[in-house]
Design a protein around this ligand. Structure first.
Ligand SMILES: O=C(O)CCC(=O)C(=O)O
Length: 262
């Protein structure tokens, strides 16, 4: 699926964008069903991630005014979103990056409404779902035109090589990196504008952030996380089942019990 130089770029920089991985008809179908899910289930409208980081990223009058729509696991509501988990282009790219066996972990919509769609502070995805190895890849599927002004993903190239970094965490916030050190004014980041159907593959160790959507159009991206089957959640005993979907290859037995009726 990927060229040698794309695979090398992922390992060197911690991310790679694959253009037009999804066709326009696939994106249209995914977009239509996502809009249906938002309308039919819950168009949950929040300010986005809460936390003191907002003071470092937003003017005072905007700190509580941003808007976001999140939907977890759209495959629970739409077969189109079930099928995408097995998309040959996505799965083939993952196999090139982390090997033949691939396990799905999660899917989540990040919807940034027009004009003041929420920003995300600098962070790694690792503290949101810590696992015990590096072979965890997040895929950001772009459903809309995503110019820089719409709050496109920005990354710190090579930052994945540091492994997990301490984040500010707590009940009052989502994990974020301390703005005194990690802030777009202090660290160079690479913006990755994208077209509908483009997919950015990035390591869950890669530091990234994204700004406010200031356009008059929606910016909807969907993150799907995958890892190798032997990569396990931190803190989960090896005898505990971790039976998320296998989307490519197989999963070796090791210590996990099989799920069965008795
Ligand atoms: O959707 C975005 O712009 C932010 C993505 C992000 O922070 C993430 O996937 O963890």
């Amino acid at each position: 699926m990927l060229t040698r130089s794309q695979v090398d770029a992922y390992h060197r920089e911690g991310y790679v964008k694959v253009e037009h991985l999804l066709s326009s008809s696939e994106v249209e179908e995914l977009n239509e069903d996502m809009q249906w899910i938002i309308d039919e289930w819950w168009g949950e409208d929040s300010i986005g991630w809460r936390g003191p980081w907002r003071e470092a990223y937003l003017e005072e009058d905007e700190q509580l005014a941003t808007r976001a729509v999140f939907i977890s696991n759209p495959h629970m509501y739409s077969a189109t979103w079930s099928r995408i988990l097995f998309h040959p282009g996505i799965v083939g790219a993952l196999q090139d990056l982390i090997g033949p066996n691939i396990q799905w972990h999660h899917t989540v919509l990040h919807g940034k409404p027009p004009e003041i769609g929420t920003p995300f502070p600098m962070h790694q995805d690792y503290p949101f779902y810590p696992h015990d190895g590096p072979d965890f890849v997040d895929c950001l599927i772009h459903l809309d035109e995503t110019p820089l002004e719409s709050g496109a993903l920005c990354v710190v190239p090579g930052s994945h090589k540091q492994g997990p970094i301490a984040h500010i965490t707590g009940e009052h916030t989502r994990p974020y990196l301390p703005p005194e050190t990690y802030h777009p004014d202090k660290i160079d980041t690479v913006p990755i504008p994208a077209q509908p159907g483009d997919v950015i593959f990035f390591s869950y160790y890669t530091i990234h952030w994204s700004d406010v959507n200031r356009t008059d159009q929606w910016r909807k991206s969907v993150r799907i996380g995958y890892h190798t089957p032997e990569t396990r959640p931190v803190g989960k005993a090896s005898e505990e089942p971790n039976n998320n979907l296998i989307v490519a290859g197989t999963k070796a037995h090791r210590h996990e019990p099989k799920l069965t009726y008795r």
